[in-house]
Ligand binder design. Structure first.
Ligand code: NAD
Length: 496
C-alpha cells in the first residue's frame, strides 16, 4: 500500500510514529493509501525547519519573493491537470469541478504576485516640524494552516500564497482524508524554486493539530473546517496567545422572491446544491421560496434532478461524484431518515443510489420539501447532496428565518426587483451575499469569510485581510539631528 508522508525542509520524510490513517478512492470504495500521522516530535521538526527558513526568507527582497511567486504560478499552471486528478482520486468530486478548485486556488497566487505593492506602507513627510512618519508591515515568522477535506488544493492555497508572500514560513496540516494534493503542492513549490523549509507539510490528526496550537514558535493559526473544531481551535490558539482565524461550517440559504425567473433560479439552486455532491461550505443547502413561486420552483428543481449524471469523477460525463467516505455517506443518509420521521416530504430520495454498494460511496441527489426549522435536517450542516425547501409566506418571514440561523457564511436572493435585492444585502446577517448568484465566493482580491458561527476571529481569509493577518504593523516616527531645534521638553510630545 502506497504511503503518504510528511514534507519537511524540502524533502519527503517518512513518518516514524507507526500511526496512520486510511485513504480511499470514493468512486470505487477501495483503500488506496495510508497516510502517516505525525507525533509531537515530528511536528516539532517541521516547525524547526520553518523557523530556520523564516529568517532568510523574511529578509529576502520583495522583488525576489515576487519572482519566485511568479515561477510558482507558472509551475502550478503547468500541473493543473495533475492537481485536479489528485483531488478527484481522493475527494471524489468530478474532474471539471476539481479543475475549478485548482483555478480558484491559483487565483490566490496571482494575487500574492503583487506583494511588493500590497506591502507598501504609508509615508507622511513633515508630520510634525522636522519629523516624518512611515509605516511598515513585517512577517510573523512561522505560521500554520489546518485544512478541511472538501478543498484539498484550494484551501491550502487560500492560506499559504499570502502567508509566504508576506515573508513567513508555513506549516500545513492537511485533512487526513485526501492528503495527496498537499504533497503535490509542496513538490511543485520546490520545483519552482521556493527555498527549503518555507513550505512544510505534516500529516496527521489531533496530535499534530494540538502540537501546532501549543508550539511557542508558531505565531498564527489559520483553520478551515467544521464549527465545533473551529471553536476549539480559536479558543486554544487564543489561550496560547496566538493570532487565529477559524473559518467554520455553514447553512446557506437561497431566497427566491415571487418575481424571480423560475427557470434561472432552479438552474442556480441545482448547480449550487449538488455541485461537489454538496460538500462545499458555500453550497446552497436551503431554498426559501416566498409565496406563489414555491410550487413552480419545486417542480422545476425536481425535473432537473432526474437528468443529473452521477458517476465516477474521472468519467468526463459525470456531473456529480460520490461522497468522501462511507461514514460520511451514512451520516448524510441519517438526515434523510430523520426528515421523513419528523414530517418533511422527501420528494427525491438518493439513499438507494444504484452505484452505492457496488462502486464506492455514491448518494443520489435528494430533495426534501415542507422542512421546518426544528427538524434535524435544517438544524445541522448535512454537507451532502440534500436540498431542503423551507417555504415562507413573505419576504420578512424569509429574512427572519435566514437571520435566526446560527450560521452566516453565504446567502443569496433571486429577484428582478433591485430595491428588494438592495434591502436583502443590507439586512442579511451573512459575510458573503449573492444577488442572482448562488455561490458568492469572492474573487481573490476581496477577502472570504462568514459571520456568526461560520467564522471565529475577526479576519477574513485571503485577499487584502490576509496581508494584515500574516504581518505585524510598525509605525516609525523619525527626526534627523538638527541642533537648532533640540531642547529638553518634559511635556507629552505634541505635533507642531
Ligand atoms: P473537520 O473540522 O472535521 O476537519 C478540519 C481539520 O481539522 C482537518 O485537518 C482535521 O484533521 C482537523 N481535526 C479534525 N478533528 C479534530 C480535533 N478533534 N482536534 C483537532 N483537529 C481536528 O472538517 P472537514 O470535515 O474536513 O471539512 C468540512 C467542514 O469544513 C464543513 O463543516 C465545512 O462547512 C467546513 N468548511 C468551511 C469553509 C469556510 O470557509 N467557512 C470552507 C471549507 C470547509
Amino acid at each position: 500500500m502506497e504511503r503518504i508522508s510528511h514534507f519537511i525542509a524540502g524533502k519527503v520524510v517518512p513518518g516514524e510514529s507507526g500511526r496512520h490513517g486510511d485513504v480511499f478512492n470514493p468512486a470505487t470504495g477501495e483503500r488506496t493509501h495510508q497516510v502517516d500521522f505525525a507525533t509531537a516530535e515530528e511536528v516539532g521538526r517541521a516547525v524547526e525547519a520553518a523557523r530556520a527558513a523564516a529568517g532568510p526568507w523574511g529578509t529576502t527582497s520583495l522583488a525576489r519573493r515576487a519572482e519566485i511567486l511568479f515561477r510558482i504560478r507558472r509551475t502550478l499552471d503547468a500541473h493543473r491537470g495533475d492537481l485536479a486528478r489528485a483531488v478527484t482520486l481522493q475527494h471524489g468530486k468530478v474532474l471539471s469541478d476539481a479543475a475549478g478548485e485548482v483555478a480558484r486556488g491559483i487565483d490566490n497566487v496571482d494575487y500574492a504576485c503583487g506583494i511588493p505593492n500590497l506591502l507598501a506602507g504609508r509615508y507622511a513627510e513633515r508630520a510634525s516640524t522636522g519629523v516624518d512618519v512611515y509605516s511598515v508591515r513585517q512577517p510573523l515568522g512561522v505560521v500554520a494552516g489546518i485544512t478541511p477535506f472538501n478543498f484539498p488544493a484550494m484551501v491550502p492555497l487560500w492560506m499559504c500564497a499570502s502567508a509566504i508572500a508576506c515573508g513567513n514560513a508555513f506549516v500545513l496540516k492537511p485533512s487526513e482524508k485526501d492528503p495527496a494534493a498537499s504533497m503535490l503542492l509542496a513538490e511543485l513549490f520546490s520545483e519552482a524554486g521556493l527555498p527549503d523549509g518555507v513550505f512544510n507539510v505534516v500529516q496527521g490528526d489531533k496530535v499534530a493539530v494540538d502540537t501546532l496550537l501549543a508550539h511557542p514558535d508558531v505565531r498564527a493559526i489559520s483553520f478551515v473546517g467544521s464549527t465545533p473544531i473551529a471553536r476549539y481551535i480559536y479558543e486554544e490558539a487564543a489561550r496560547h496567545a496566538k493570532r487565529v482565524q477559524a473559518l467554520a461550517g455553514a447553512k446557506n440559504h437561497m431566497v427566491v422572491l415571487p418575481d424571480a425567473d423560475v427557470q434561472m433560479a432552479a438552474d442556480a439552486a441545482v448547480s449550487a446544491a449538488y455541485g461537489s455532491a454538496g460538500e462545499r461550505c458555500m453550497a446552497v443547502s436551503v431554498v426559501v421560496p416566498v409565496g406563489r413561486v414555491a410550487e413552480p420552483l419545486v417542480q422545476a428543481i425536481t425535473e432537473r434532478l432526474s437528468n443529473l449524471r452521477i458517476g465516477p469523477g474521472l468519467d468526463e460525463k459525470s456531473e456529480m461524484g460520490p461522497l468522501v467516505t462511507k461514514e460520511h455517506r451514512e451520516k448524510v443518509a441519517s438526515y434523510m431518515d430523520s426528515a421523513a420521521k419528523q414530517g418533511a416530504k422527501v420528494l427525491v430520495d438518493g439513499r438507494d443510489h444504484p452505484l452505492y454498494g457496488k462502486d464506492g460511496f455514491f448518494f443520489g441527489a435528494s430533495l426534501i420539501d415542507q422542512v421546518t426549522p426544528e427538524m434535524d435536517c435544517y438544524r445541522d450542516e448535512i454537507f451532502g447532496p440534500v436540498l431542503s425547501v423551507v417555504r415562507a409566506g413573505t419576504y420578512d418571514e424569509a429574512m427572519t428565518l435566514v437571520n435566526a440561523n446560527p450560521w452566516g457564511n453565504g446567502a443569496a436572493i433571486f429577484t428582478r426587483d433591485g430595491g428588494a435585492a438592495r434591502r436583502f444585502q443590507e439586512e442579511v446577517e451573512a459575510g458573503m451575499v449573492g444577488v442572482n448568484v448562488p455561490i458568492p465566493v469572492p474573487v481573490a482580491y476581496f477577502s472570504f469569510g462568514g459571520w456568526k458561527a461560520s467564522l471565529f476571529g475577526d479576519t477574513h481569509i485571503y485577499g487584502p485581510e490576509s496581508i494584515n493577518f500574516y504581518t505585524r504593523g510598525k509605525v516609525v516616527t523619525e527626526r534627523w539631528p538638527d541642533p537648532s531645534t533640540s531642547a529638553v521638553d518634559l511635556g507629552f510630545p505634541q505635533n507642531r
